[in-house]
Write a protein that binds this ligand. Structure first.
Ligand code: AMP
Length: 213
């Protein structure tokens, strides 16, 4: 089963992707994680995207489609979870083509609905494990008191450079302008499964399970 997790920044896509990886053996393809990796390892592409990401703008379609093209050819385990991709109609078209070329199809698009106030408070409280990517929240799921990630034991707690209010405002604007049209696009294709993303992590996970059948 190949699925897309669609939703604004802070909707919980990364958190839910991790749960699906655990439960269903799916493979998470997060273009945000891939771009951050390129930036941290100082590749040419990473240097080019660093400023764009810090501002909260979208990276070019060409770059992210290239990243997904590489991954989609590889092992797909229990299926791919596209997390943070596609973010434009051009990317959605490219994904259709890439899946068709590799004899695969898209099964469902989970639209995670969360209101803007919740997004701001979630994102400004967010930290992640630098080793396994587990997502924490200062209020609802704080980094464990023993200083070690509950998932992998690493002590590498990270806060994203773009998780600040200015950048977030821009990321939200990019979402509404360029990404939200995908809701209509996938609705028209009969793939859209809206899910309330506001509840507790387990509740949202249960709603996603139900939506996937
Ligand atoms: P994320 O981790 O999904 O919130 O992405 C972090 C940042 O990476 C975004 O604000 C964009 O600058 C960039 N990015 C990630 N995925 C995409 C994409 N599919 N298209 C364009 N830019 C992206």
């Amino acid at each position: 089963m190949n699925i897309i997790l669609l939703g604004p920044p802070g909707a919980g896509k990364g958190t839910q992707a991790h749960i699906l990886v655990e439960k269903r053996g799916m493979i998470q393809l997060s273009t945000g994680d891939m771009l951050r990796e390129a930036k941290d390892s100082g590749t040419e592409m990473g240097k080019r995207v660093a400023e764009v990401m810090a501002r909260g703008d979208l990276v070019t379609d060409e770059i992210v489609i290239g990243l997904i093209r590489e991954k989609i050819k590889g092992e797909n385990g229990g299926g791919f979870i596209f997390d943070g991709f596609p973010r434009t109609l051009a990317q959605a078209d490219a994904l259709d083509d890439l899946l068709a070329e590799t004899g695969q199809k898209l099964d469902a698009v989970i639209e995670m609905r969360v209101d803007d106030d919740a997004l701001v408070s979630r994102i400004t409280a967010r930290s992640t494990c630098g080793s396994c990517g587990e997502v924490y929240n200062d209020i609802t799921k704080p980094w464990p008191a023993d200083g070690k990630c509950a998932n992998c034991g690493s002590t590498d707690v990270k806060r994203r450079a773009d998780d600040n209010e200015d950048s977030l405002r821009n990321r939200l604007m990019e979402y509404y302008k360029k990404t939200s049209p995908l809701i209509g696009y996938y609705h028209a294709k009969g793939k859209l499964r809206p899910v309330d993303g506001l509840g507790e992590i387990d509740q949202v996970a249960a709603s996603i399970d139900e939506a996937l059948g």
